[in-house]
Write a protein that binds this ligand. Structure first.
Ligand code: SF4
Ligand code: SF4
Length: 732
């Protein structure tokens, strides 16, 4: 070992020792913070599926690849990180001796070849990612981007480190080539040979370059260890457990979509018959009341902003960005952690748990952070502004896009639950809807005895459950379908088509009540449970004696479809629920319905969030339209998984939209830009929102918003008077 090697070895050993010590400290801190969360025992189920999904999503980059070039570039950088970590390890042999290398595999030509390829592609990948970050920097002329609000220096820092480590990998090899210590052939390592051709014949160059590479790598480790909230770096490690522990491991995308998590206290579902707010946790009032998986979610956020770029609230000028919400919760959790780890925290009656002595030596900043209300305005020092919390439509675009499977909607609804159930704090206009649900069983407060009014004027009898037993489908009409004039046309169209196809169906009529979706999404779990239990009882009675496969329900409202199909199971109601577009697509495909006159004038389709993203029903409505219209369906730029919300979900239908541009107007402008004269929808709320948007633009004469079922009915029965006879308005 020469004098150069003595220096490089000491340098490498010293910086590595410091970096490893800091990294161990950082990991312990992170684990301690995440463990502050509430138990989530269900996250340990089905470990095989979890492991499989984690491997597929990480190694296959299945989520990221939906982002095209950036996804591919990220894959190579990830592969580069994994494979080239071996080359960092090899550098420790190279600082000791100029011809050092990894034992055994370091001499295999295949190792030289693979690392060469990954090194080159990693270089290309990181340059692409750097260019994308620069091109989308929030400070560029032109304003906001998905990186707005991200900690930009951290992203640049990580990218430069990757770039330099890759470059020095080739420099080390180049010096080996130049000094004739390189054992891989030219065909396997052409870039290394090319670099070697321009480097001097300096034997110590190998050890010096290896030391620089180690110093760069360890500088990265030191910096991220001193910044435990640096998700852009830590996600390389945290993404694996975060994906492993996601809510529904079998779901390829949108694990946190569909059903909401039941309310839990101490990791157990809350039983509202016995729950006591002084003993049980009702929603989330403090950051430590999220589950540990919630805290892991916040720690894992890479600040990539894909969620933000798709969020309808953010895109229409509301203060909500799912990314910024997650970052606020993360920063708050880590800033409050010293207080919590010292034994601090409030019990469920609001009393401080720690003694004076426990808090005596605490940093004043941690104490100040502990005093912040989780939900509160800037003046109140709140972590999350109420306008942020209530802007969410629960559309799920954030969850769908998040490459590390963060479950934003669950976290938002958990915070809403506490605000509604304990603080009674929510947009006042939604109070009418909640009162109507409690007193009348529907959000509009329409009399229950008008639930069947939509059947008037039909030229066939609509059977009720109880009057007939041999129905195949129970037709769940939903409150909108029963009381809202536009939705009633859809209900009649579906009933007419089912009748035409010879499907045996029956309705509950006055036995039906609201599915509970708006109550649950606004956070009023109590009202949801009340309505849902009543419906589960009614439905179980209607299907008595039938196995699950024969307990079939067809629903026109995606919110009912989602709640009945995905959430009633939590209350003992197991049913086979289909959306009407799925059933209609089947009836057309099997020849039970025959479109005879194509609907022309151009048709576009708006994916309802609770049908599409939340339940992955993208194809069926398009199949129905494909059979019923003239020419091809004209897609909007934002469609299918990336469809843009209409603005009504998450109980936003019953809240005023006071901030920014109206979401429905944004969507309608996109629909109208396609030139289509018909905007087909599959949801009564979308229908209302988009119709209002079209009318607001003064385009009601040129553009029509109608359900997919109505389009099909026009094609199957062109002679049929569309929509049937108008009935009395809501509440009439
Ligand atoms: S669910 Fe939709 S509205 Fe809510 S934060 Fe996510 S993207 Fe935004
Ligand atoms: S998409 Fe996921 S990782 Fe990216 S900023 Fe949003 S929450 Fe963070």
């Amino acid at each position: 070992m020469g004098s150069v090697q003595i220096v490089t070895t000491i340098l490498a050993a010293a910086i590595t020792a410091v970096a490893v010590w800091l990294a161990v400290r950082a990991v312990l801190k992170m684990v301690a913070v995440i463990r502050l969360g509430q138990p989530a025992p269900e996250r340990f189920s089905d470990k095989v599926a979890r492991a499989r999904t984690m491997l597929v999503e990480t190694a296959g980059h299945t989520r990221m690849l939906k982002w095209g070039v950036v996804g591919a570039a990220h894959w190579f950088v990830m592969a580069g990180f994994v494979v080239l970590s071996l080359l960092v390890l090899e550098a420790y042999f190279e600082v000791v001796t100029t011809d050092g290398g990894l034992p055994i595999i370091g001499h295999w030509t295949i190792f030289g070849l693979v690392t060469e390829i990954i090194g080159v592609l990693g270089l290309v990948g990181i340059l692409v990612l750097m260019a994308i970050r620069l091109r989308n920097r929030p400070t560029r002329p032109g304003g906001r981007s998905r990186f707005t609000g991200s900690t930009m220096w951290q992203g640049y820092f990580v990218e430069w480190i990757v770039l330099l480590v890759l470059i020095f990998g080739f420099v080390i090899r180049g010096f080996k080539v130049a000094t004739d210590h390189f054992e891989f052939p030219f065909w396997a390592t052409p870039v290394s040979h090319a670099v070697g051709a321009v480097l001097p014949d300096w034997a110590d160059g190998v050890s010096v370059a290896a030391a620089i590479k180690i110093i760069i790598s360890m500088t990265w480790l030191i910096v991220i260890s001193l910044n435990v909230t640096m998700g852009v770096a830590w996600h390389r490690f945290l993404a694996f457990p975060n994906i492993f522990f996601k809510r529904e491991p079998a779901k390829p995308a949108g694990s946190g979509l569909g059903a909401l998590r039941p309310m839990t206290s101490q990791g157990k579902p809350l039983d509202f018959e016995e729950a006591d707010p002084e003993k049980d946790q009702f929603g989330v009032a403090h950051v430590e009341q999220f589950s540990w998986k919630g805290l892991l979610d916040f720690s894992t956020c890479t600040e990539c902003g894909r969620c933000q770029s798709q969020c309808p609230a953010w895109n229409t000028g509301k203060p909500l960005s799912p990314k910024l919400l997650v970052l606020s919760l993360r920063d708050h959790a880590y800033a409050k952690a010293p207080y919590l780890l010292a034994g601090g925290g409030k019990d469920l009656t609001g009393e401080e748990k720690a003694t004076q002595a426990q808090l005596a030596h605490l940093d004043v900043l941690a104490l100040a952070e502990a005093d912040k209300p989780l939900i509160g305005t800037a003046e109140e020092g709140g972590v999350i502004d109420p306008d942020v919390l209530w802007s969410c439509t629960t559309c799920g675009a954030c969850v769908e896009q998040c490459p590390v499977d963060i479950e934003h909607v669950d976290h938002i609804v958990d915070m809403r639950r506490y605000q509604v159930l304990i603080e009674s704090s929510f947009p006042s206009e939604a109070g009418v809807m909640l009162r109507n649900l409690e007193n009348k069983g529907n959000p509009w407060g329409a009399p229950q005895n008008t639930r069947e009014d939509w059947t008037k004027g039909l030229d066939f009898e609509v059977p009720r459950v109880g009057e007939v037993d041999d129905f195949e489908y129970l037709f769940w009409v939903g409150c909108a379908g029963a009381f809202e004039d536009r939705a009633k046309k859809t209900t009649r169209a579906v009933a007419t088509l089912l009748n035409e196809a010879g499907v045996k169906f029956a309705i509950l009529g006055e036995g039906e009540t609201c599915s509970g979706d708006p109550a649950r999404r606004i956070g009023n779990e109590f009202v949801f449970q009340m309505l849902a239990q009543q419906n589960v009882e009614t439905l179980n009675e209607a299907f008595e004696g039938r196995e699950k496969a024969k307990r079939k329900i067809v629903a026109t409202c995606p919110h009912c479809f989602n709640t009945l199909g995905n959430e009633y199971g939590q209350l003992g109601g197991e049913f086979e629920v289909v959306h009407h577009t799925q059933l209609l697509a089947h009836l057309v495909a099997t020849g039970k319905l025959t479109p005879v006159q194509p609907v022309d004038g151009g048709v576009t389709y708006h994916d309802p969030c609770y049908l599409g993203r939340h339940n992955r029903v993208f194809a069926a409505p398009r199949e129905v339209l494909g059979d019923a219209i003239a020419g091809d369906l004209t897609e909007m730029p934002r469609n299918s998984e990336r469809s843009f919300c209409c603005g009504a979900g998450g109980a936003r239908m019953w809240m005023e939209e006071k901030i920014g541009k109206r979401i429905n107007v944004d969507r309608v402008e996109e629909a109208m830009a396609t030139g289509a004269r018909t905007v087909a929808v599959g949801c009564p709320f979308c229908s209302t929102m988009l119709s209002d948007g079209v009318n607001g633009k003064g385009a009601g004469e040129q553009v029509e918003v109608i359900d997919v079922a109505t389009v099909l009915l026009r094609s199957v029965k062109p002679e049929q008077p569309q929509g049937g006879k108008e009935t009395a308005p809501i509440g009439g």
